[in-house]
Design a protein around this ligand. Structure first.
Ligand code: HEM
Length: 439
């Protein structure tokens, strides 16, 4: 008779800090704290996060990351961890839903974000980037994060929402900018609705209502348009999604509004930050800059793409993803109870020496050498059924913008930019200033 030994372990070890302290460390300084905990406890460790407190278990071994991404989404919920964003994104947001609702929305949104569709968006992205680069001056200093934010905002407004009317764009830009600058303090109104009546909450949510009115008007006008099939923007595609599929009812106006705001919040500053870090790294590496401008001139997208991917590795814009267990589960050999949150760490996966040799070094060539980047080690877009729906979009946008910039300018950076955690995105704290030299 074979006797099988139970090899499962309990919740992995971690610091015995009070929950308020580990919550503070996680929210304010995880870039410094996580590597220290990784060095002390290894690839898997746990800590407590308020409210609750809830147990978070961090993973960075690619085999464990793979297991979590491949796990049953009905038992590993991603949406419920994001409910704090509901006052802005709305309850139908792809980021916030789970189970059947998520499955249906994802099915309806997917075609507009598939690889082949990217070609249709590209000319407008290039035109937006070109108009921005045209406004720069030789010898000037570029406040890179601001300028990349301006480009990626217009990409969302024109390519995703499909707004082309210049007057409407001029009204939308400042309102949408105010809307995306939402801090944790503003979201407190979710738990204490009476705050909605007080400044600054009152002003923020009044602005949001105005944006909503414009979006609903845009949705209604577009539904009535006769040229929908000829339009390339994401909203026009979403309005047609599901029309040939009786099992997948199309998105309602309210659902459409929630998805548009989600795409705005998820796709704007993330891509701007990735682009800023890429230009910053190139600005600090003259040899790579030389290769990048040659690549831009010859239309060699492969090298520009590698530069972007390596910047996303060294400076992960989002540094973790989370799945909350709906039932007791064994994950990577650990028996974890219901309600524990399992957290593949993007930051630790990308800085783990076993995953990337000389992990601290910015070396785009890693992405050009067959087999050097193993599966489930480079995970800036998360994974599984919740993998970022805008991944191909942001890589297309990134390569198009880099091409437009580098065909006109070489850039240099004086010093390394420090990282700052802004809400949930990591951005260059000094906005990555760059010197511009016309080519
Ligand atoms: C460099 C740019 C970007 C980064 C680093 C990024 C990163 C991420 C990450 C880490 C997730 C969570 C994945 C998971 O839980 O496994 C995510 C989800 C998502 N992203 Fe992105 N993203 C970027 C750009 C975009 C863009 C351009 C869009 C759309 C225009 C977008 C839309 C979304 C949406 C809708 C989700 C939710 C997907 C779902 O839950 O099914 N993202 N993104």
């Amino acid at each position: 008779m074979t006797v099988t030994q139970d090899t499962t372990k309990g919740i992995p070890a971690g610091p015995r800090w009070p929950a308020w302290w580990s919550t503070w460390k996680f929210l304010k300084s995880r870039k410094e704290t996580m590597p220290k905990l990784h060095a002390k406890y290894g690839d898997t460790f746990s800590f407590k996060i308020l409210p609750g407190p809830r147990t978070f278990v961090i993973f960075s071994d690619p085999a464990d990351v793979k297991e979590i991404f491949a796990a049953d989404p009905s038992q590993f919920h991603a949406g419920e961890g994001n409910t704090i964003l509901e006052p802005v994104m709305g309850s139908h947001s792809l980021l916030l839903t789970d189970d059947d609702e998520h499955k249906r929305s994802r099915k309806l949104l997917m075609p507009a974000f598939s690889g082949p569709t990217m070609k249709a968006y590209r000319p407008l992205v290039e035109a937006i980037a070109k108009a921005e680069v045209d406004s720069w001056e030789d010898g000037g200093t570029l406040v890179t994060l601001d300028r990349m934010n301006a480009i990626t905002l217009d990409v969302i407004l024109q390519v995703v929402f499909g707004v082309s009317d210049e007057e409407r764009l001029a009204v939308l830009r400042p309102k949408v900018t105010k809307m995306v600058n939402i801090g944790a303090g503003m979201l407190l109104a979710w738990s204490w609705p009476s705050l909605y009546r007080l400044p600054p909450w009152r002003g923020y949510f009044k602005n949001q209502q105005e944006v909503d009115e414009i979006l609903y008007a845009e949705i209604r006008e577009r539904r009535a348009a006769h040229d929908l099939e000829g339009r390339a923007d994401v909203l026009s595609r979403l309005l047609r999604a599901g029309e040939d599929d009786p099992d997948t009812p199309p998105l309602t106006d309210e659902e459409m509004r929630d998805e548009l705001v989600t795409l705005l919040l998820a796709g704007h500053e993330t891509t701007a930050s990735a682009l800023s870090w890429t230009l910053h790294e190139l600005g600090r590496n003259p040899d790579l800059m030389k290769r990048a401008v040659e690549a831009a001139d010859s239309g060699d997208e492969v090298f520009l793409d590698a530069c972007l991917k390596e910047a996303m590795r060294v400076h992960p814009v989002i540094d973790f993803v989370a799945r909350t267990l709906q039932s007791d589960q064994v994950v990577a050999g650990y028996a974890l109870p219901r309600k524990v949150t399992v957290t593949p760490s993007i930051m630790l996966s990308h800085s783990r020496e076993a995953n990337f040799a000389d992990a601290h070094e910015y070396r785009p060539d890693r992405f050009l050498t067959q087999g050097e980047v193993a599966a489930n080690t480079w995970i800036p877009f998360g994974g599984g059924v919740r993998r970022c729906i805008g991944a191909a979009f942001s890589l297309m946008e990134g390569a198009a913008v880099l091409g437009e910039v580098l065909r006109r300018y070489e850039v240099t950076a004086d010093q390394p930019s420090p990282n700052r955690l802004r809400n949930i995105t990591n951005v260059p704290d000094d906005k990555a200033p760059l010197h511009l030299r016309a080519r």
